[in-house]
Design a protein around this ligand. Structure first.
Ligand SMILES: Cc1ncc(COP(=O)(O)O)c(C=O)c1O
Length: 463
């Protein structure tokens, strides 16, 4: 793909995903040239072609603006979104959440606008203790802290000192992009360990825990983002055992726990009898990401340091969000809606499995869990995402660049995350067939000098 095409594709992606809104001003030619490290002429070509195709318009002396393309796209054909990682707006019981928010304002009247204790609203902490037991997480109310999303908890954990006196963070490769960014912005020393479709090597984990100065191992044991994989009971028990042996903490990000159909899959926290597991449960994927709310369960030795860092970062998690969640959980709405949402995703994954089975292609390996948002494709030949991106967009398919989930030294071109969070069964059937065709047409051809991956492609999407 030529440089100006990369820029056009990037802008189109932003427009199609709703990241850029109609009438929003685009960066000036000079700003864009700086971002992409290209000449102004190259940006001009990109803008000219987008203007020609009616995606943007220009006003002399003012600049370039996004056309009302969202409407235009709807008229052409709907976008198939394998990109997003949040609940489908077509299925969210938004009315229930609004009701809880209104009730929270009425019930708590002036309290809704006051500070709570730094650990959280006392009513919510009580409800949360019982709620966590539903995930097989047994703890005291005193060990729970309500935070403004799991991203905030991860950021604090990257920054704060640990009682084991060690300084490095170990991450699975690939892993959730937001944790990589937290490590980067906080300058936290880090290490990676491969977690492919075949799982993670416990020997390698033992070696790293033994020889590297690991303060904690960040893991997403269930419905992993981006591979969709989950650890077995034996793997979880072995990881917890190693953590104790080498005095390494485990940060367990259990964001997708609500999608699990089996109550036999306990978290790592359940197997931890030596207080080495920090458990994080976000409500972004099952309630609303904009509420910015998650619970973290901390071992006693880390509790005060964490509360201190949290307090002087954010004071507390927003009172209104806490009261809303307390009502949503205690009213039974959470339970009812979670079942409804889980059933939708189980059906979508089954559809994806059915389509993958019919494709039966030697170049593509699949990881398709029985629920959750993410499945993954492993292409056994190299693909250049930059090359397929424009073609995907022309076919009205949005897909994330999965290279973002890798540390530089692990970066590769073989994995593609497929999110079905916003694609229904019909869209999955149509989109996956198209996607596989496009990939097959772009299996790596060494004669093409493909553009190298550039950080600026990941501008501001993390999910
Ligand atoms: C695995 C994982 N952890 C954490 C987060 C951040 O979630 P929150 O909205 O709770 O900060 C995300 C967001 O997509 C995620 O996928």
């Amino acid at each position: 793909m030529k440089k100006h095409e990369c820029i056009s594709a990037h802008i189109l992606e932003n427009i199609q995903s709703g990241n850029m809104l109609p009438n929003e001003k685009l960066p000036s030619l000079r700003e864009m040239a700086n971002i992409f490290q290209v000449s102004i002429g190259t940006v001009q070509s990109a803008y000219d072609s987008l203007e020609h195709d009616n995606f943007i318009y220009s006003i002399p002396k003012k600049g370039y603006f996004v056309l009302g393309v969202n409407e235009r796209f709807k008229a052409v054909s709907p976008l198939i979104d394998f990109f997003s990682g949040s609940l489908d707006t077509r299925n969210i019981p938004i009315h229930d959440i609004q009701q809880c928010m209104l009730k929270a304002i009425n019930l708590y009247t002036t309290q809704a606008y006051r500070y709570t204790a730094p650990q959280g609203h006392k009513d919510l902490l009580k409800i949360m203790k019982t709620h966590l037991e539903g995930y097989q997480v047994y703890t005291d109310t005193d060990n729970i802290v309500m935070v403004s999303g799991s991203q905030q908890a991860l950021d604090i954990l990257c920054r704060m000192p640990f009682p084991n006196g060690k300084d490095k963070v170990l991450v699975e490769q690939p892993t959730y992009y937001g944790v990589l960014k937290s490590l980067e912005v906080n300058n936290t020393p880090r290490e990676g360990i491969k977690r492919g479709f075949e799982g993670l090597s416990l020997q390698e984990l033992d070696r790293i825990f033994h020889y590297d100065n690991i303060k904690f191992f960040y893991t997403i044991p269930r419905f992993h983002n981006p591979t969709g994989q989950s650890y077995t009971i034996e793997e979880k028990q072995a990881i917890v055992k190693l953590a104790k042996k080498y005095n390494v903490y485990i940060v367990e990000d259990d964001i997708a726990a609500d999608f699990d159909t089996s109550n036999k899959r306990c978290p790592l926290h359940y197997y931890d009898i030596h207080d080495h597991v920090i458990y994080i449960k976000s409500f972004s994927k099952i309630v609303q990401p904009g509420l910015r709310i998650a619970a973290i369960v901390l071992p006693q030795l880390l509790l005060n340091t964490f509360i201190d860092f949290h307090r002087w970062t954010d004071t507390q998690c927003a009172t209104l969000s806490q009261s809303t969640l307390a009502i949503y959980l205690s009213s039974g709405m959470f339970k009812k809606n979670t079942k409804m949402i889980r059933d939708i995703y189980v059906k979508r994954m089954a559809k994806l499995q059915e389509i993958a089975d019919t494709l039966n292609d030697n170049d593509i390996e699949w990881s398709i869990p029985d629920s959750g948002f993410y499945a993954c494709m492993k292409i056994n030949k190299e693909i250049q995402f930059d090359q397929i991106q424009l073609e995907l967009l022309k076919n009205r398919i949005c897909l994330m660049d999965t290279r973002m989930f890798f540390l530089n030294e692990f970066k590769n071109n073989n994995y593609l995350r497929i999110s079905i969070s916003k694609a229904n069964e019909d869209e999955i059937a149509l989109g996956i067939n198209k996607l596989v065709k496009i990939i097959k047409n772009h299996l790596f051809d060494e004669s093409i000098d493909a553009p190298k991956y550039k950080e600026h492609f990941d501008l501001d999407w993390i999910y």
